[in-house]
Design a protein around this ligand. Structure first.
Ligand code: ZN
Ligand code: ZN
Ligand code: ZN
Ligand code: ZN
Length: 241
């Protein structure tokens, strides 16, 4: 949890550490996510300190799921109109694919409205030992994916069931999209595609011809789009192919 960047909603004192109470005035400091940028804000705040959006109501209920990272109890709830599961211990989030797709599309629309600039500032995750986490629904190990291949945010994906975000990862992805990150990703995908076609052409014109090669390369491109972890990107490319 990124509590250090927050101030107590009641007295304004900076909040240090993960204490559930304000050191200064003792107010109980529970956090929820902003419905727009998914940054953390305190329950009781009217507006998000990161983006200024009005806070949404968070309604929660116990969940059968356990956290794939810390095995803590998870809550299922609705944040405004977004359905999600949250680990009550490590604040990781679990979203089903359709919900994440909607968040991605909303963020894209916002990027278009804001005319967000191109600067891309990916925080690349430090090299940590790779651990495959179990899907909280089917318990199969999830695939690890660098979201949109260039965001630097590594998410865990079970294609049929959902996507896992460690604390703050969804916020980073939303920021990445709002900053125009998907446009950059698309440009790179197109370049990679063009380069692959060029190599295919070159291979075709030089005997002996390997007939297996074209289908392999095309399959790789399709896989690559799915690996991106968001259907937004593949929709966009499909629309234009
Ligand atoms: Zn306070
Ligand atoms: Zn916000
Ligand atoms: Zn957890
Ligand atoms: Zn699963």
């Amino acid at each position: 949890m990124n509590a250090q960047t927050l101030n107590c909603y009641s007295c304004g004192a900076p909040v240090v550490g993960d204490s559930p109470n304000c050191d200064h005035c003792g107010a109980r400091l529970q956090t929820i996510s902003c419905p727009c940028c998914f940054g953390m804000l305190f329950i009781g705040s009217k507006f998000c300190p990161h983006c200024g959006t009005a806070a949404a109501e968070w309604q929660e209920a116990p969940s059968e799921m356990t956290c794939p990272v810390c095995a803590g109890a998870m809550l299922q709830g609705t944040l405004g109109t977004t359905r999600l599961h949250e680990c009550s211990a490590c604040f990781g989030l679990w979203l089903d694919p359709a919900t994440f797709d909607k968040i991605s599309r909303d963020s894209e629309q916002r990027a278009a409205v804001l005319g967000a600039a191109v600067p891309l500032d990916p925080q690349v995750d430090s090299l940590q030992p790779v651990r495959y986490r179990p899907c909280p629904t089917c318990r199969e190990p999830m695939a690890r994916t660098n979201f949109a291949r260039c965001s630097g945010v590594i998410i865990d994906v079970c294609r049929p069931h959902g996507i896992w975000f460690d604390a703050n990862e969804l916020q980073r992805i939303v920021k990445f999209i709002q900053d125009g990150g998907l446009d950059v990703a698309r440009t790179r995908e197109q370049e990679a595609l063009t380069e692959e076609r060029r190599q295919l052409e070159a291979a075709r014109s030089s005997p002996p011809l390997d007939y297996g090669m074209q289908s392999t390369a095309e399959t790789d491109v399709v896989d690559l789009l799915f690996d991106v972890g968001t259907t937004v990107l593949s929709h966009w490319l499909n629309d234009r192919s």
